[in-house]
Design a binder for this molecule. Sequence first.
Ligand code: NAP
Length: 246
Amino acid sequence: MQQLVLITGASRGIGAATATLAAEQGYAVGINYRSDTDAAADVARAVEAAGARALLLPGDVSTEAGVAAVFEDVDASGLELAALVNNAGVVGRVAPFTEYTTERLRRTFEVNVLGAFLCAREAVSRMLRQHAGGAIVNVSSAAARLGSPHEFIDYAASKGAIDTMTLGLAREVGERGIRVNAVRPGLIDTTIHASAGAPDRVERMAPGIPMQRAGTVSEVASTILWLLSDGASYVNGALLDVAGGR
Ligand code: NAP
């Protein structure tokens, strides 16, 4: 039986690349997304083309009902949940600190922090019941250590919370055979920058990165898959920068 990896926010960007690579490495893939059904269906086709089973798992991870729906579908699949990639994330528009609205702050923390906690809670309870261990990778950001001044300090702080959750949960469930790690991507070429109102951000910032370029979704996906693999069997509670030296 294929082992299932559930990837939140897998309809595009880093999540979609992780879904395809996971399928190529033999996992069945749970493709969570919030709204873009067509894009998620394309990812499912790519997963199936790689010979793996694909589960389409719509649901807003920032709500209890959305997360419950995702995990009900996971349970109904009959597959064992071997891994979770907490990847779904949002960023507000680039703005000075004093202009962050309360609504924006709520959304940032509800999707990035509450969503990751709810999904990790549901995944860990299933992994404990299965007695087969498991692995979780949280997608944090280099922003957690940079702070993102003049851009989105709320986003950076939400990723700081993800780092702390990674450290605590790794230490809580390590003895039960569940490893919890985080990747901290730097500047990666995806549509998230346009959603921050800065579609030229990658082009503008790439020259300031030690490696003189943005990273690709494949470079993040391969790090995530390594952290999930037996090759990382003694890696637990790590915050792994994938940021070109930034
Ligand atoms: P992206 O291209 O904007 O994709 C975001 C994904 O998250 C989409 O699949 C979106 O689904 C999903 N999503 C958003 N809100 C959701 C919700 N409430 N419930 C379920 N799914 C939701 O982003 P990305 O650049 O690939 O980023 C992925 C992760 O990497 C995020 O956590 C981000 O913070 C992190 N990261 C990115 C960068 C970078 O430079 N790109 C750097 C550091 C960290 P829909 O399309 O259906 O809304």
